[in-house]
Design a protein around this ligand. Structure first.
Ligand code: C2E
Ligand code: MG
Ligand code: MG
Length: 574
């Protein structure tokens, strides 16, 4: 409902007003007609936004403006009134709405997106904007700035020992303490978890930023008191100076991360400045680890929806050697990282292993793959057997069998259609315990296979005792297997060995017709590789299943090489 509606002439004088008590402050006897918009609600200021909007309306332009009046916010819409016959402006019609509450809600909403609820600090989003801005200024105006990544040294221990409530209070206190030593011109934001970030202007050689880093570290010589409890905490800080160390947002964050990693390696409670002589590799690795921790989080037992964080499974068909019919598929994880694009599993599975995050990831993979199998069943795509990779830490974790059992029940998938892939190195570690776990898994009805077979050191004696169904020959052997090389002999031996132990043998990494012919000649049971198909996203897998055009869905490199040899033709691919 409008607060007031009015008609005014070209001199901005009110000709008639509905809701005049609103402008007159409830004084019914107050006559508004004949008075000027400059006074109500222009507060007598000819340059008031309301008055300016009225003027625009008089000039024949539709105008809108927001203006404060008596503690509330209004939005006025003004329309010029035209003389019917002559067409010139005779005045204007105005409507004003009270938008105070709407505005407040909008602000609240935008605050929620931009500020961290726990500490009230700006969040990563704000930091990212400011960083982009600072980089832009650095490039245009030659300004120098420092980015400090601040990380609590033993936050996990505090959280675990004292509980999440105290953990939260502790983080609030820590953020307060850091905030005190940061100047007005710097941005202090929560980066996520127990990490904070500071973006500060600095002198060209970065000395003042380094001083700030030292000051922050020094804040933690005194204990932090939370609920009358003294907690001794220290922080580590990684510092990088832009533009010296790079002029790209990813690089700046990665470098600060590398420096932080170094500070931690030195025992924490200190700061390190990024050393530009370090290889990029390390910073990449650290950046991935940092992101992994942030997205997957600590292993608190909750099964986060990792799909939302960009994790996806791709599926690679496995075919029977005899007729090249699809007999199964292997689920392979990828991480669709917002900045780094598709991160392959080799780049993050080892890190996830080290940090324990693999347990959460592994459970998600398992559940997602089982649900996918169900979905395919419902869509008439019968994938007989689905292979799922299990990492070492998952396998040697006490809960594996229960988790597998629970997820099978939860999803209603027949255990007989699932095959767990374990690498040789994993099963050969602690053999007696392995046998117990394998036997329990087997009792659930799932199939078991040894992945990357040939790369580890399998003992034949143990191999006989393991209740394993399948050996998957590592692709490094398949690669050169067709040319009568030593690898061909190895592959032949593995197949013969597998068959003598009554195991199915699958060759990985099949890329050429020659390899297929060779593998068929030695009776290898099943094949998997780019020749048939790369690992495919769900949508493409369904299409491939329905119409497997073997050899067409080949690796880009191979197609490119082949095409390049066509004579006399320039190709867009080149
Ligand atoms: P893997 O289990 O041996 O998987 C086969 C790997 O070989 C896949 O790499 C696949 O893309 C690749 N590959 C398949 N055919 C060919 C081929 O013809 N030529 C070549 N050059 N490569 C081929 P990817 O997807 O990068 O996975 C790498 C490894 O990461 C996997 O090796 C597996 O050990 C691990 N991994 C993948 N997904 C998961 C997962 O969900 N959980 C765990 N724990 N590990 C996973
Ligand atoms: Mg595998
Ligand atoms: Mg493999």
């Amino acid at each position: 409902m409008p607060a007031f509606v009015w008609l005014a002439d070209t001199e901005l004088r009110y000709r008639s007003v509905l809701g005049s008590h609103f402008l007159a402050g409830g004084d019914e006897g107050f006559a508004l007609v004949g008075r000027s918009a400059v006074d109500f609600p222009g507060d007598g200021d000819p340059d008031h936004p309301f008055v300016r909007a009225c003027r625009r309306a008089v000039l024949g332009e539709a105008a809108e403006c927001d203006f404060p009046f008596r503690g509330r916010l209004y939005r006025a819409c003004l329309e010029p009134q035209l003389d019917e016959s002559e067409g010139f402006v005779t005045g204007f019609l105005g409507v004003a709405y009270d938008v105070t509450d709407r505005q407040r809600v909008a602000e609240l909403l935008s605050n929620e997106v931009r500020f961290d609820a726990l500490t009230g600090l700006p969040n990563r989003l704000v930091f990212a904007e400011r960083l982009a801005n600072a980089l832009d200024r650095a490039e245009r105006l030659g300004e120098t700035f420092g980015v400090l990544l601040v990380d609590l040294d033993r936050f996990k221990a505090v959280n675990e020992a004292l509980g999440h409530n105290i953990g939260d209070l502790f983080l609030q206190t820590v953020s307060e303490r850091i905030r005190h030593c940061i100047g007005e011109s710097a941005l202090f934001a929560r980066f996520g978890g127990d990490q904070f970030v500071v973006l500060t202007p600095t002198d060209a050689d970065g000395v003042s930023a380094a001083d700030l880093a030292r000051t922050i570290v020094d804040q933690f010589t005194r204990p932090i008191v939370v609920n009358a409890r003294e907690i001794f905490a220290t922080v580590s800080v990684g510092l990088t100076i832009a533009p010296d160390d790079g002029l790209d947002a990813n690089r700046v964050i990665g470098n600060a991360g590398t420096a932080l990693h170094d500070a931690k390696d030195l025992g924490g409670n200190g700061f390190r400045r990024y050393d530009s002589r370090r290889r990029d590799h390390a910073s990449d690795r650290f950046a991935i680890e940092t992101d992994l921790r942030r997205t997957v989080g600590v292993d608190d037992g909750s099964s986060a929806d990792l799909a939302r964080e960009g994790f996806v499974l791709h599926y690679q068909p496995i075919v029977s050697t005899i007729d090249e019919r699809i007999v199964g598929a292997e689920a392979l994880i990828r991480w669709n990282h917002p900045l780094r694009k598709l991160v392959p599993p080799d780049a993050f599975i080892p890190l996830a292993e080290q940090t324990g995050l693999i347990l959460k990831i592994g459970e998600w993979v398992f559940r997602t793959a089982l649900l996918q199998l169900r979905a395919w069943d419902n869509a008439g795509i019968r994938v007989e057997r689905l292979a799922i990779n299990i990492s070492g830490r998952q396998f040697h974790h006490s809960n594996l069998v229960e988790t597998v059992e629970r997820l099978l029940t939860e999803t209603g998938v027949d255990a007989d259609r699932i095959e767990l892939e374990l690498t040789e190195t994993v099963v050969m570690r602690d053999v007696e315990a392995t046998i117990v776990t394998l036997t329990r898994l087997k009792a659930l009805g799932v199939h078991l296979s040894i992945d990357d077979f040939g790369t580890g050191y399998s003992s034949l004696a143990y191999l006989k005792r393991f209740p394993i169904d399948t050996l998957k020959i590592d692709r490094s052997f398949t690669r050169d297997a067709s040319n009568g090389s030593a690898d061909a002999a190895i592959v032949g031996t593995i197949v013969a060995l597998g068959h003598s132990l009554h195991k199915r043998v699958v060759a990985e990494g099949v890329e050429t017709r020659g390899q297929i012919d060779f593998l068929r000649g030695i009776d290898c049971d099943e094949l998997q590789g780019f020749y048939f198909s790369r690992p495919l996203p769900v949508s493409e897998f369904a299409a491939f299943f329905r119409n497997p055009m073997r050899g067409i869905v080949a690796p880009a490199g191979r197609i490119r090489r082949r095409v390049r040899h066509l004579p006399g033709q320039r190709l867009p691919l080149d």
